[in-house]
Design a protein around this ligand. Structure first.
Ligand code: PAP
Length: 321
């Protein structure tokens, strides 16, 4: 599809349609490299991690996070999705995009973007764009923008966290299910065992670890700030329509009586359901190609259930898969 011209659009638009029209590249100041080399480091799971402001960050991402903190300028209406890895990001991206963009793209539209592209192509991953020096692509997006990060809350710039015009939606999940999901996701491409992963996670040394600090950071702000909301993957599975309503309210686009009468919330849930998305050609083929990692689109869809850890982790001994 031809790249969209962002100037005449209302967001969010499918990121992939706009991104190809912009080729922003920003260099990393040497000063950032000096900061990275002075940080504590640890090798875990075949990766070099740096401890940056309490979080273990993949070395290649640290300069990106510094750039993001210093250069990212939020706009009124921005919505930031946040999550640890493997907690339901793909689903939340789909639901948030379908909810925010329902005016331009009704969820029953046969041409809906989520039927032709992976949710990660619809909603940009800020950490990767700053790592790849492609953050100018975010500037090309029309407002309101919908974006995603795996960063800890404590690493986000104050211009985002102290900004009532910028909403943050965090999704979390039982860490045991998260680890099992992560293991299946990376096992073909990473040289470590599940025991290695489990033990590293218990030491806090996974990318964007420790998991508990990641959760507590967003959980506590969700309790104190009306601009932060926390969703649990397990609760979303039980009541997806209720969560879509809450999401729409939270971002300031509540469903009208007409939307409800037309069944829009249920249609969004149906469009973004595990089975529907997993079966789309855009998700059975193609790949996500980042500067640090590449993954086939199909690997973002495995089981989509809660509690699968019982089939994978021996509760008496900890981990073995
Ligand atoms: P990411 O961090 O790489 O983006 P993320 O989407 O957060 O991954 O998590 C993937 C999990 O969400 C997978 O869980 P599982 O391994 O336990 O099965 C994946 O199956 C699940 N998932 C993906 N899409 C959906 C969906 N539409 N509904 C429910 N679960 C989903």
């Amino acid at each position: 599809m031809a790249a969209l011209s962002a100037s005449c659009l209302v967001g969010p638009v499918p990121f992939k349609d706009v991104a190809t029209a912009v080729d922003g590249h920003s260099s990393t100041p040497e000063e950032y490299e000096d900061i990275v080399s002075g940080l504590p480091s640890s090798t875990a799971l075949g990766m070099v991690l740096r401890q940056y402001r309490g979080s273990w960050v993949i070395q290649e991402r640290v300069t990106a996070f510094i750039s993001l903190q210093r250069r990212f300028t939020p706009r009124p209406g921005d919505v930031l999705l946040a999550s640890p890895a493997k907690c339901g990001t793909t689903w939340l991206k789909a639901l948030a995009f379908a909810t925010m963009a329902r005016g331009a793209y009704p969820p029953t539209d046969a041409q809906h973007p989520l039927l032709r592209m992976n949710p990660h192509e619809c909603v940009p991953f800020m950490d990767e764009l700053f790592t790849a020096g492609q953050d100018a692509r975010l500037e090309a997006l029309p407002s309101p923008r919908l974006m995603h990060t795996h960063m800890h809350h404590s690493l986000l710039p104050a211009s985002v966290t102290d900004n009532p015009d910028c909403k943050i939606v965090f999704i979390c999940r039982d860490p045991k299910d998260m680890l099992v999901s992560l293991w299946h996701f990376v096992k073909g491409v990473r040289p470590f065992t599940f025991d290695d992963l489990f033990n590293s996670a218990c030491e806090g040394k996974t990318p964007n670890g420790p998991i508990w600090d990641h959760l507590i950071g967003y959980w506590s702000t969700s309790k104190t700030s009306p601009d932060n909301v926390l969703f649990r993957y397990e609760e979303m599975l039980i009541d997806p329509v209720g969560h879509v309503r809450e999401l729409a309210r939270f971002i300031g686009q509540p469903f009208s009586h007409a939307d409800e009468a037309a069944g829009i919330p249920a249609d969004i849930v149906k469009l973004c359901s595990f089975d529907k998305l997993k079966g789309q050609g855009a998700n059975t083929a193609g790949s996500y190609d980042g500067k640090v990692f590449s993954f086939a689109h199909e690997t973002f869809f495995r089981k989509g259930v809660a509690g699968d850890w019982v089939n994978n982790i021996d509760a008496r001994d900890g981990a073995t898969l």
